[in-house]
Design a protein around this ligand. Structure first.
Ligand code: SAH
Length: 263
């Protein structure tokens, strides 16, 4: 038997991390909870193949949440979860990546707790980890990238993100910027102004872990251009710092002769 709470009683809620999209990156616990749920409320960023794991007898309800598109507001989602649990259902709230990272988990935990509903969290693989894995590199480097910062640069309708760039412009840190595509120009200008070198390596990774992922490696001063031209409209994480230099070097490596075999 594995550790942790293995039960899923009727009238209780689990916030479950769906990971970045590849169903193989779902935890075994998440899969078990999905199979036992009566109802699943899921975000737009949950991978289609993950949703396929949910049995036909399970009710599953999209609660949207893709920036710029229509979605249910947070209070409505909180109310739906509470209502389903009160009706005696086993409720899964399925969220992209890890529920505790830019996932409004706290609102949902508090809504359940203040309604007296037992609620637990099952962690998931976050987008930055999946992106680093896809790039084949480490987010931290001994002695060189000692700090890893998760930051969101979400802006509503082109507004300037409220971010303290001075606190983030550390050449010994790796920055993982979530929801940062629209704010790419602000990120680049803000960090350079705060002292980070314009040629600091940046990697953009869209649809990490999925077959249609795409990545682009560039420099901090060219980030705005890359965010506009190199990505499609999937979710993308922006990784910045010395730790990404390996990704730039890999791109410069000559293609091994074997890769051409059979052409
Ligand atoms: N809780 C999620 C993050 C939610 S915020 C997690 O831990 O990953 C949504 C942002 O996450 C997106 O705007 C994007 O920046 C990032 N993201 C989510 N899935 C992604 C994926 N498959 N590839 C790249 N970035 C992703």
């Amino acid at each position: 038997m594995t550790g942790g709470d293995q039960t899923f009683a009727p009238g209780t809620v689990w916030l479950v991390g769906a990971g970045p999209g590849d169903p193989e990156l779902l935890t075994r616990k998440a899969e078990r909870l999905l199979r036992r749920a009566d109802i699943v409320f899921y975000d737009a960023l949950v991978g289609a193949d993950v949703l396929d794991l949910i049995g036909p007898e399970v009710e599953f309800i999209s609660v949207g949440k893709r920036s710029g598109r229509h979605s249910k507001d947070q209070r409505t989602i909180d109310a739906l979860i509470v209502e389903a649990a009160r009706a005696g259902k086993r409720v899964v709230r399925l969220k992209g990546g890890d529920p505790s990272i830019f996932g409004r988990a706290n609102e949902e935990l508090e809504a359940c707790r203040s309604a007296g509903i037992p609620v637990s969290v099952c962690p998931g693989v976050t987008a930055a980890s999946a992106a680093a894995a896809d790039l084949g590199l480490s987010l931290t480097l001994r002695g060189l990238a000692r700090r890893l910062t998760f930051v969101t640069a979400h802006t509503s309708k082109g507004a300037v993100p409220d971010v303290d760039w001075t606190a983030l412009a550390d050449p010994q840190a790796t920055l993982a910027v979530y929801m940062g595509k629209a704010a790419a120009a602000h990120i680049s200008a803000g960090l350079i102004e705060a002292g980070l070198a314009p040629d600091t390596t940046v990697a953009l990774m869209e649809n990490a872990s999925l077959p249609d992922r795409r990545s682009f490696v560039t420099r901090l001063d060219l980030l705005p251009l890359a965010a506009k031209s190199a990505l499609d409209d999937g979710p993308a994480v922006i990784l910045i710092g010395e730790a990404l230099r390996g990704a730039a070097m890999m791109r410069e490596m000559p293609v091994p002769a074997a890769a051409h075999a059979g052409e």
